[in-house]
Design a protein around this ligand. Structure first.
Ligand SMILES: Cc1cc2nc3c(=O)[nH]c(=O)nc-3n(C[C@H](O)[C@H](O)[C@H](O)COP(=O)(O)OP(=O)(O)OC[C@H]3O[C@@H](n4cnc5c(N)ncnc54)[C@H](O)[C@@H]3O)c2cc1C
Length: 466
């Protein structure tokens, strides 16, 4: 067990990808490093446990990646998906560094596997972790331990002593081996966003947030983020912006993970609790639209919606943990969903009547569309007419929030007066808002954590040694 009464060179708060990349990088730069993970060991690794893939730029196909994904293309994607709400200098820096991360992360013990088919078609842009996020984390923890990084679990930090932009010490919720105050020459904050803090979400979303499901760890309550912002660090990002997808309403409140996400929207229609459609289900190909459905459902009454389809498409998308709810007739299905059967029958009848002839192909923007119904379904519109009729109830599934601490290219936090902090660095979700003002493209969360984690660790070590 580490001697927690000594002063460390670098203290890393958090236990996910960003924290581990920072800890390894700091340790490789010869710093003494302590990682404080608030969660118990079994639940170590925050949202990173649930991940599968990471987006990195590369100039040519590899054994794993099916083709090139240049820095320019990555930048174009980021610009488009954020609507320009990104720090161009930091974003381009991240994209450039991401090229090297593909190899660096392998040097830390992580292994890649080729993309599986899936619904998001990411084989060219994203590398997949062999064994998923948990295996990736296990590799990083093993490497960190072998290098001599000290790691303590159940070590929630409840206060930070910061004076004039300089970190002095962190206070533990409960003493560990007689220590409750941890001192270090430099701090890396990698403690995630505030997505698991329903009360904080309610400040922006009102009571609707009570109906949100949190896809990842219950330990990302934003406490470190709040402390830093309260103690003079400049904030960045819109607090209402987050990554949110439609997940099964039967999922647990926290930690439901990837297997509760529904990718069946383009194969049917989506109605609210009044059995009314409310958005074009075929607006664009699914990888470009899946991340808007969390917000769309959040805006519906009682934050609930239902994806409705028929038996002809059941095998067209990835199955999820929960089976669809089935009815031999639309009225029977409506009854099981507690929807008004007359209203649901009317919505489906009107939709079916509006469907135009076309050639269905969900991999392109096909010509199967509706005419004369509002909202339209502009692609992949096919009649819902073959029983049994099926449905998934969905709620907003919050992945992570974007409000964060402003950082510079050294991953060093910037204070409210615009000056860089003397010794505080941030990486991962806690500073994602620097790159993601809004929007999302699959795999960027891990890019942000890996790139800025590596930089933060290296710079924190350098800072501590000077
Ligand atoms: C279901 C799901 C699937 C996802 N899939 C992908 C994917 O495939 N690709 C991708 O790029 N992104 C994905 N993401 C997003 C991705 O998980 C995050 O962007 C990334 O893991 C963030 O890493 P992080 O280290 O910043 O935070 P986390 O991995 O969440 O780690 C934060 C850590 O901080 C700790 N902590 C919090 N507060 C305290 C405190 N007060 N004291 C001490 N410790 C504290 C937590 O216990 C946790 O260990 C997914 C997210 C979810 C929820």
């Amino acid at each position: 067990m580490a001697d927690l009464t000594k002063k460390f060179d670098v203290l890393v708060i958090g236990g996910g990808n960003a924290a581990l990349c920072a800890a390894i990088s700091a340790r490789r730069a010869r710093a003494s490093v302590l990682v404080l993970e608030g969660a118990p060991k079994f639940y170590r690794g925050g949202n990173t446990r649930h991940t599968h893939n990471m987006r990195c730029a590369h100039d040519a196909a590899t054994e794993i990646l099916t083709g090139p994904y240049t820095e320019e293309e990555f930048w174009d994607d980021l610009l488009r998906l954020t609507g320009g709400q990104t720090d161009e200098e930091l974003a381009k820096f991240m994209i450039r560094e991401s090229k090297d991360i593909l190899n660096w992360i392998v040097e830390q013990g992580v292994r890649w596997q080729p993309s599986l088919g899936g619904t998001l078609s990411l084989g060219r842009t994203n590398s997949f972790f062999l064994g998923g996020g948990r295996a990736m984390l296990n590799a990083l923890y093993l490497t960190a331990e072998r290098l001599g990084v000290e790691i303590v679990y159940d070590a929630e930090v409840i206060d930070l002593q910061i004076e004039n932009g300089m970190f002095l010490s962190a206070k533990l919720k409960q003493p560990i081996d007689g220590a409750s105050e941890i001192r270090a020459s430099a701090l890396v904050a990698a403690a995630g966003g505030f997505e698991a803090n329903i009360e904080w979400l309610k400040e922006y979303w009102g009571d609707a947030a009570d109906n949100f499901l949190i896809r990842g760890t219950p330990y990302n309550r934003g406490s470190i983020l709040k402390m830093l912002l309260d103690k003079g660090v400049q904030e960045i990002g819109d607090p209402t912006q987050c990554h949110a997808v439609a997940i099964d309403a039967r999922a647990p409140k926290f930690d439901g993970g990837i297997i509760t996400r529904h990718d069946s929207v383009v194969f049917g229609i989506v109605v609210n609790k009044h059995a009314q459609r409310f958005y074009d289900e075929g607006e664009d190909i699914w990888p470009k639209r899946y991340a808007i459905w969390g917000r769309l459902v959040a805006a519906q009454p009682d934050q609930i919606a239902y994806i409705i389809f028929d038996s002809t498409v059941v095998t067209s998308f990835m199955p999820t943990l929960f089976p669809p709810i089935a009815g031999a007739t639309i009225a029977e299905l409506a009854g099981k969903l507690e929807l008004d059967p007359v209203a649901l029958e009317k919505t489906i009848t009107e939709f079916n009547a509006a469907v135009q002839p076309g050639t269905f192909d969900h991999t392109i923007l096909d010509d199967c569309r509706t005419e004369g119904v509002t909202p339209p379904k502009t692609h992949w519109a096919r009649r819902i007419e073959t029983p049994p009729y099926l449905a998934y109830p969905v709620r907003p599934g919050i992945t992570f929030t974007y409000l964060g601490t402003r950082v510079n290219r050294q991953s060093r936090m910037v204070m409210k007066d615009g000056k860089p902090s003397a010794n505080m660095f941030a990486a991962g979700e806690i500073m994602a808002g620097n790159v993601l003002g809004k929007g999302y493209a699959a795999g960027i969360g891990m890019t942000i954590g890996s790139v800025f984690g590596r930089v933060a660790g290296r710079e924190a070590a350098r800072n501590a040694k000077n």
